[in-house]
Design a protein around this ligand. Structure first.
Ligand code: PLP
Length: 410
């Protein structure tokens, strides 16, 4: 709670205050050696984060956007290839695809989980594409280009339904790059393998963001690629560092996209707390679910399939009267967010290609979703106050539309 009694949407001050001594010491260690680029802090973080994700390799980069771009490029995505993702995401997902030289196309989301709907992916591949007998490539019938990759987004800390996505990818020879930027530590139970799998370990590669507000956040910008493929890992480490295979030997033109040693040192300290922080987020989600259960007619709480163990980067409810509810909570001193109010395909940047109606599940969600305060350290009394304010709104407002329940969730 802030000094004026408000409840923030996210609290980034307290965890840094609690870890201040350790963080400052790590900062001093880097200053003392002036090893700002690469070195033991970066390598140490990379091996610890790879282990955390159950992945063989981790390559630290400068942001989640670069992580996705480098992963796609290193997986061999070429100019003119089509890469599929979802329209309910942050624009960085599609920027990374375009910046890798590829053309974006979208698959709508499952309205319960907000992640890629595997059935819609299947329909897209079966009806809009055909295998070219000469090249054996899967070609989009209208766009005339090869469909080469799919980027499922593990949105709000919940992994996409990976089993059917991976099965389709195998069938159609597509590269899968997970957008795990919001899902550090999230798990998915693979029925195919009969075991839990971590975000960042299932696709050919994955991109993570360490933007400060993420479950694992740097004190600035940062990101990472995880992969089990040593050749892909090697290519990402060249791409992030001007295409160098060793100092001043440039096998290709790359980018300046490294994770710096100061951030890596700070991330190493914070990584030790990530399991506990994720568990605290799950606890908060459980309590919200319980407290909001009596209002099931007026809103939908997050859906957690049995194959999913999410890390609740965000706790997102859904209601037909979202804007008025958000105004009410703001007046009550409660911070909220909308992730995201405008689907990517309706952004001005993409106005020539798509319009309203193209991805109805995503569009309906974008009009109704509201992210409530969620962070490790959010107390049960604060959650009680949030829910009390929600209840007050529901009691005082005319019948709230719950079309969402009957239509999308039928
Ligand atoms: C789903 C998603 N993808 C990609 C990114 C990009 O990460 P970054 O901001 O570190 O470039 C973000 C972060 O905001 C994200 O939430």
């Amino acid at each position: 709670m802030t000094q004026n009694g408000n409840i923030p949407f996210v609290d980034l001050v307290t965890p840094h205050r609690e870890l201040q001594e350790e963080l400052v010491q790590s900062f001093r260690a880097v200053l003392d050696t002036a090893g700002f680029i690469g070195g033991p802090a970066v390598e140490g973080f990379e091996s610890e984060f790879a282990a955390y994700c159950d992945a063989k390799h981790c390559i630290g980069v400068s942001s989640g956007t670069d992580a996705l771009r480098f992963a796609l490029m290193a997986a061999g995505i070429n100019a003119g290839d089509i890469v599929l993702t979802v329209p309910l995401t942050f624009i960085a997902t599609t920027e990374a695809i375009s910046q890798a030289g590829a053309q974006i196309d979208f698959i709508d989301v499952d309205p319960r989980t907000y992640t890629m709907d595997p059935e819609q992916l299947r329909q897209y591949l079966e009806t809009r594409c055909a295998v070219d007998p000469a090249s054996g490539m899967l070609i989009h019938k209208v766009l005339g280009k090869p469909v080469r990759a799919v980027v499922p987004v593990h949105l709000y800390g919940q992994m996409a339904d990976m089993d059917p996505i991976l099965e389709l990818a195998e069938l159609y020879n597509l590269v899968v790059v997970e957008d795990a930027c919001q899902a550090h530590g999230a798990e998915y139970f693979s029925k195919k393998e009969n075991r839990w799998r971590k975000a960042g370990s299932m696709g050919r590669a994955a991109g993570f963001s360490f933007y400060p507000g993420k479950n694992l956040g740097a004190c600035g910008e940062g990101g990472a690629v995880t992969t089990n493929d040593p050749a892909l890992a090697r290519m990402v480490s060249m791409l992030r560092d001007h295409g160098q295979s060793k100092k001043y030997y440039h096998d290709l033109e790359g980018y300046n996209g490294r994770l710096d040693a100061l951030q890596a040192g700070l991330l190493r300290i914070k990584l030790r707390h990530l399991t506990k922080w994720n568990e605290q987020r799950r606890e908060c989600a459980r309590l919200y679910n319980e407290l909001l259960a009596p209002f099931a007619d007026a809103m939908v709480t997050p859906y957690q399939p049995s194959c999913s163990n999410p890390v609740y980067h965000l706790y997102v409810i859904r209601t037909g009267n979202r804007d008025a509810l958000q105004r009410h909570l703001t007046q009550a001193g409660i911070g909220t967010g909308i992730h995201y109010p405008i689907p990517v395909h309706l952004q001005k940047a993409y106005a020539q290609r798509w319009s309203r109606g193209d991805f109805p599940m995503c569009e309906e969600a974008a009009d109704q979703i509201l992210s409530l305060p969620m962070f490790p350290g959010l107390s049960s009394s604060e959650q009680g106050r949030v829910v009390e304010a929600v209840a007050e709104f529901i009691r005082s407002s005319p019948a709230v539309s719950v079309g969402v329940r009957t239509r999308a969730l039928a």
